[in-house]
Design a protein around this ligand. Structure first.
Ligand SMILES: [Zn+2]
Length: 292
């Protein structure tokens, strides 16, 4: 499996921007970390792909975007965080959730996610993050992201996502693209893009057939002049650390830490994104309590 990659391009007339990604390796890593069911490999895989592409639209280092689906389906909450390059991490409340195939014989991601609100949080390094909210329209993720941009950010967007899963639940291919129209887009360019996208059968099949992100862009922007802005290798990355968890313990406050010390057991924390465990011995917890 090739390393995951993400490419951005812009039509030469400035009408439309595209991000395309091959996220097979990212989704496979998520599958391995969380022991995802077949349906959840597709569900979290699509969400990770969307978050990674949205992260690549951030302007500056240290900025991040969180994409969260709070549906009422068996998956529970699905949460993905991407940095500004598109390096991403995520989890679902119920990685084991499994459903029979839907009416079309496909993995029932919509059924697993259910309905409810979805949030997009952009941490731009200011005091408060920018928060956008929309309703989950189908739970199929791509449609929900498209609807989010139209309804919450008034940005005409087409999002396509796809994950193919092997019978043993490993990821076979995953990827997607995100096209956004810029203000004063030429209607002829819009029409051409719509025609090109209409002819695409499935983005996961494109990746599975060996197409790289630049090939996906060539297909979506067929007949249009465009420039590739940048190409980046992306991965499943969790920036958690022992220090971060120590700070989280301090933030619990002296009273709560005293209670933990009284219990007499080392305090074990586990990262929801990567599964890494950090154990703090009683002496360490006592020391942290001094810093509260
Ligand atoms: Zn972690």
């Amino acid at each position: 499996m090739q390393k995951s990659a993400l490419v951005r391009a812009l039509t030469r007339d400035g009408s439309a921007m595209i991000v395309a990604a091959d996220t097979s390796q990212i989704v496979q890593t998520a599958h391995e970390i969380h022991n995802l069911s077949k349906t959840m490999t597709a569900a979290l895989g699509r969400a990770l792909t969307a978050a990674s592409m949205m992260g690549s639209l951030l302007k500056e280092e240290k900025q991040s975007v969180t994409l969260r689906f709070c549906g009422d389906g068996p998956a529970g909450t699905i949460c993905c965080v991407s940095d500004w390059r598109g390096n991403v991490r995520g989890y679902a409340d119920h990685p084991e959730a499994e459903l029979p195939p839907n009416a079309k014989g496909k993995l029932d991601v919509g059924g697993a996610v259910g309905r409810g609100p979805m949030h997009v949080l952009r941490d731009l390094g200011q005091e408060l993050p920018y928060v956008g909210v929309a309703s989950i329209v189908s739970g199929e993720i791509a449609e929900d992201v498209t609807n989010y941009f139209a309804s919450s950010e008034q940005t005409p967007t087409v999002c396509a996502l796809g994950v193919l899963v092997y019978p043993d639940f490993n990821c076979r291919a995953a990827g997607g693209f995100l096209v956004q129209l810029l203000p004063f887009a030429d209607p002829q360019v819009t029409e051409q893009i719509e025609k090109n996208i209409g002819a695409i059968e499935s983005v996961s099949r494109m990746v599975d057939s060996g197409m790289r992100p630049e090939d996906i862009i060539r297909t979506v922007f067929e007949g249009l002049e465009y420039d590739v802005l940048d190409t980046a290798e992306v991965a499943y990355v969790c920036p958690c650390s022992r220090e971060r968890y120590a700070r989280a313990l301090i933030s619990l406050g002296r009273k709560e830490l005293s209670r933990l010390i009284d219990e007499g057991e080392p305090v074990e924390t586990c990262c929801s994104f990567c599964g890494k465990k950090y154990v703090f011995g009683l002496d360490e917890v006592r020391e942290l309590a001094q810093n509260c």
